[in-house]
Design a binder for this molecule. Structure first.
Ligand SMILES: [Zn+2]
Length: 431
C-alpha cells in the first residue's frame, strides 16, 4: 500500500488553497466549468454476492519456496548471520565454508565475475547461505527468514531471499495493510498476497533467478520487522488458501492484484496489465467503501511553466513545446475503462497545437510532493497552473484495501471481501 501518511506538505497545501481560491474566482467571472468530478457509486452491503467457498483437493502438501530479490544490485553487500550457518555453491550444493556466525560478511565481485567474501575469492559466482535451524539472515539492517542467495551479476552483487511462502507472507501483510486493521481484512490481504506470489512464481515474470521484487513493484516485503501478531495470525488462519478461477475447465491461480484506494470503482486488470495470463478474470467493480481514505479524492498542482521546462528537458522532441495555455483530459484521452491514457495540452500562440502527453510521462514530470496518485483524474489549466483532480491511490485493479477494511469493520468475513473484489474467483487450497 503506498504510504499516504505524509503526502502533503503544509507549504504545498497553502499553495493549493491559494490556487483553488483563484479557481473559484475564475469560475465566477468566466462561467467556465470546474474540473470533472467523479461521483462515488455507492453499493449497499445487501447487494454483496455470497462467497463461493469451493475448496479443491490439495495439489501438494509441500509449501513452495519463493525467491525475492532484496534491494538493487550493488558493488558490495554486507551480510550478517545470527547463528550457525553453511555457505554452499548454489549450482552444485557443495559446502564451501561453515561457521558459528557471520558478523560482517562483506561480499564483492572480482573482474572474473567471481564472488569475494571479505576479500577472499569464493570458487563460485552464485552461493547460498543456509542458516541452521531457521537462524535469521540480516541484510540492509533487516532480518529475513529462510536462505540468502548471493550472486555476481555483471560485476554487481545481487541478493535473493529464498523462503517458504508461508514465512514470507506475515511481513507482506504487516506492510501492505495497517496491522491495527480488522483481522478479516488482514486475512483477505493474506489470501490475495499468497495468490499473487504463486501467480508470479508460475508466470516466471520477474527473472530466471527470482520470482518477486521486495518492493511495491511486486509486493512490499521489508522482512521480519514488519511482522505483527495480527499479520502472523491472518497468514496462519488462511494457510495454503488462494484465489483461483476456472479457465475453460482448468483451475488456475488468479492474478490477485490489489491496491490502496480505488476511489469509487476498480479497473479491469486486462486494461492495466494487458497480455498477462488470466487478467480477464479480474474485472472492475463498483466500490463505495473507501470514501474515508485520505486519497479517495486528491489534487495536485504545478506551475505550467515548471511542467513545460521539465517536459522540454526530459521528453525527446519536447524542446519545441511553447507555453501551455489549456489542459484537459478529453473522452479520447481515456480508455474504455475510464483510465487516463493521455493528457491533452494546448500551447500558444493560437491554442491550435495539441500535445497528447502519455499518462506515464505526465505523472513523472510532477514533483514528489504533488504526486499524481492514480490513473483516474481530470486536468485543467488555472491561473498559469496545471491542476489535477483525481480519485484513488494505486493502479486500481483488484481488491481496494481501504474498501476491504471498511467491509471487515462492518462484519464481513475475508471470503465475502474477496468474493466482492474478485467476483470471478473462488477459494482453493494450494497445499
Ligand atoms: Zn474502493
Amino acid at each position: 500500500m503506498p504510504d499516504e501518511k505524509n503526502f502533503e506538505s503544509n507549504a504545498s497545501r497553502r499553495f493549493l488553497i491559494g490556487v483553488l481560491a483563484l479557481l473559484a474566482a475564475l469560475i465566477l467571472v468566466s462561467g467556465c466549468t470546474p474540473p470533472e468530478t467523479i461521483p462515488p457509486p455507492l453499493v449497499p452491503l445487501a447487494t454483496l454476492s455470497p462467497p463461493k467457498t469451493i475448496f479443491s483437493e490439495p495439489a501438494a502438501r509441500i509449501v513452495p519456496t519463493i525467491r525475492i530479490k532484496l534491494g538493487d544490485d550493488a558493488p558490495e553487500a554486507v551480510v550478517k548471520i545470527h547463528g550457525a550457518f553453511r555457505l554452499a555453491d548454489l549450482s552444485t550444493g557443495r559446502t564451501l565454508l561453515a561457521g558459528a556466525r557471520m558478523d560482517n560478511g562483506h561480499f564483492t565481485c572480482d573482474q572474473h565475475g567471481l564472488l569475494l567474501l571479505n576479500a577472499q575469492s569464493l570458487p563460485a559466482p552464485r552461493v547460498e547461505i543456509l542458516p541452521a535451524d531457521d537462524g535469521t539472515v540480516e541484510v540492509f539492517g533487516a532480518l529475513y527468514h529462510g536462505r540468502l542467495r548471493v550472486m555476481a551479476v555483471r560485476g554487481q552483487v545481487r541478493l535473493v531471499n529464498a523462503v517458504d511462502l508461508e514465512q514470507y507472507l506475515p511481513s507482506v501483510v504487516g506492510q501492505e495493510m495497517y496491522p491495527s486493521w480488522h483481522l478479516e481484512a488482514l486475512k483477505a490481504q493474506a489470501v490475495a498476497a499468497r495468490s499473487y506470489a504463486l501467480y508470479e512464481m508460475r508466470r516466471g515474470g520477474a527473472d530466471p533467478e527470482f520470482d518477486l521484487f521486495a518492493t511495491q513493484k511486486s509486493q512490499a516485503y521489508p522482512g521480519m520487522n514488519s511482522e505483527t501478531d495480527n499479520s502472523r495470525q491472518a497468514v496462519k488462519e488462511t494457510r495454503g488458501v488462494i484465489l483461483a478461477f476456472d479457465d475453460g475447465g482448468v483451475e488456475r491461480v488468479l492474478p490477485a492484484f490489489y491496491h490502496s484506494t480505488c476511489g469509487g470503482h476498480t479497473f479491469n486488470a486486462a486494461d492495466v496489465f494487458p497480455g498477462r495470463p488470466g487478467v480477464d478474470a479480474v474485472r472492475g467493480v463498483a466500490c463505495g467503501y473507501c470514501t474515508s481514505a485520505k486519497c479517495y479524492r486528491w489534487q495536485a498542482v504545478v506551475p505550467a511553466e515548471t511542467f513545460r521546462r521539465e517536459f522540454q528537458a526530459d521528453v525527446p522532441g519536447g524542446a519545441a513545446m511553447c507555453p501551455i495555455n489549456r489542459a484537459a483530459v478529453r473522452p479520447d484521452d481515456l480508455t474504455a475503462d475510464g483510465r487516463v491514457r493521455t493528457v491533452s495540452l494546448w500551447t500558444t500562440p493560437d491554442k491550435s497545437q495539441r500535445w497528447p502527453v502519455p499518462e506515464e510521462t505526465f505523472k513523472q514530470l510532477f514533483p514528489p510532493d504533488q504526486k499524481v496518485r492514480s490513473d483516474r483524474f481530470s486536468v485543467s489549466f488555472v491561473a498559469g497552473h496545471l491542476l489535477v483532480s483525481g480519485a484513488g491511490y494505486g493502479h486500481g485493479v483488484g481488491m481496494c484495501q481501504f474498501g476491504a477494511e471498511t467491509l471487515a469493520a462492518g462484519g464481513r468475513k475475508a471470503e465475502a471481501i474477496l468474493s466482492y473484489y474478485y467476483p470471478a474467483a473462488h477459494l482453493a487450497r494450494a497445499y
